[in-house]
Design a protein around this ligand. Structure first.
Ligand code: SF4
Length: 337
């Protein structure tokens, strides 16, 4: 599926035909051009030949049924993982990948170990959403939220990510509002600054995972280039310019970043650099990838209590689909091996 080629494929057709074709794919979620009977037959044939609607994917379901994970394979044979998380309140979130592999090399991450292969195109990002949108349609449900928290660093593929977001956001297409779309970055400051100027207001999440530069640089090499002080200054600029809070993600790794001292240091970092009203922390249970283990639930609770007592809002999110290896990058690594 190559949305940027649709105009060329339909060259010579009235402009409204392009709109109809896009609507058929993105809103009505057809998976066969013959379902678009309002388009002339010769056009359907041309589109069936030149704009393929098939998405090659292997889908796995968690035993609990609350999440589906897919390994989506593209024309060049490379794959990414994408996850659908079903929530109880009819919210359905798709976690998309933005790159095949990732160059950021975070120590705890299976995707980082794969190395970087290439950026995804906007259409390849959209395909991941369409895959689950088509499944949900059969249950009379729809994709309500998108998070860029799969494989890759979204801000290193900025143009394609923003092009995909504009397709997601289009009222004539998927019609997913900016408030329902979140980008998670490992801390690329240029990306945060560019996001401030975007007309569409989307949510920003920053992966922190450590309360000081020494530990963060060990876990996330990106910290050597963009240390905490510069990162939090950029986050503060984002908050002030957009009037939106920023979410900090903090993966809880046993014996690495989950001590009481780390909690106190984290609270102080947020309090001193950002103000308590402007940020909140999401504590994420780590899906083990071999080298590290998740913090025990009791440790996470104590950590959270220290943050809350210091006035820092903290939520505890358990990663969906641990049963189907939903940790970042794990599935693709397995498929490769
Ligand atoms: S945690 Fe995210 S940024 Fe870091 S290596 Fe993994 S995919 Fe890349």
């Amino acid at each position: 599926m190559e949305f940027d080629k649709l105009d060329a494929i339909l060259a010579g057709q009235p402009a409204y035909r392009i709109g109809q074709a896009k609507e058929a794919v993105l809103k009505l979620l057809i998976d066969d051009w013959e379902q678009a009977q309002w388009l002339p037959g010769n056009l359907r044939q041309k589109l069936a030949q030149d704009f393929l609607l098939g998405i090659k994917a292997e889908i796995m379901s968690a035993p609990t049924g609350d999440s589906l994970k897919a390994l989506v394979t593209f024309a060049d044979g490379l794959s990414v993982e994408t996850v659908l998380m079903r929530h109880h309140n009819d919210r359905n979130t798709v976690c998309v990948s933005s790159q095949v592999g990732c160059p950021m090399d975070c120590l705890f991450c299976a995707t980082g170990k794969m190395g970087f292969k290439r950026n995804l195109t906007a259409s390849e990002i959209i395909e991941q959403v369409l895959l689950f949108a088509r499944i949900l349609k059969k249950e009379s449900r729809s994709v309500t939220n998108i998070v860029f928290m799969g494989m890759g660093e979204p801000f290193l593929n900025y143009e394609n990510v923003m092009a995909a977001i504009s397709i997601m956001n289009d009222p004539k297409g998927m019609n997913i509002g900016g408030r329902h779309i979140s980008i998670s970055t490992s801390g690329i400051i240029e990306g945060i600054e560019r996001l401030i100027d975007e007309p569409v207001q989307i949510n920003l999440a920053i992966s922190l995972h450590a309360p000081n530069d020494v530990l963060r640089s060990k876990l996330m090499p990106v910290n050597n280039k963009y240390p905490l002080s510069a990162l939090l200054t950029a986050a503060l600029r984002y908050v002030k310019n957009t009037n939106r809070r920023v979410m900090f993600e903090y993966i809880m790794i046993d014996g690495v970043n989950d001590s009481n001292d780390c909690a106190r240091e984290l609270a102080e970092l947020i309090r001193s650099r950002l103000s308590l009203k402007l940020a909140f922390i999401n504590l994420i249970r780590y899906n083990p990838t071999g080298e590290f283990n998740p913090s025990p639930p009791a440790r996470v609770k104590v950590f959270k209590t220290i943050l809350m007592r210091a006035g820092v809002e903290a939520t505890e999110r358990y990663r969906f689909g641990q049963e189907i290896d939903a940790a970042c990058g794990q599935l693709a690594v397995k498929a490769k091996s």
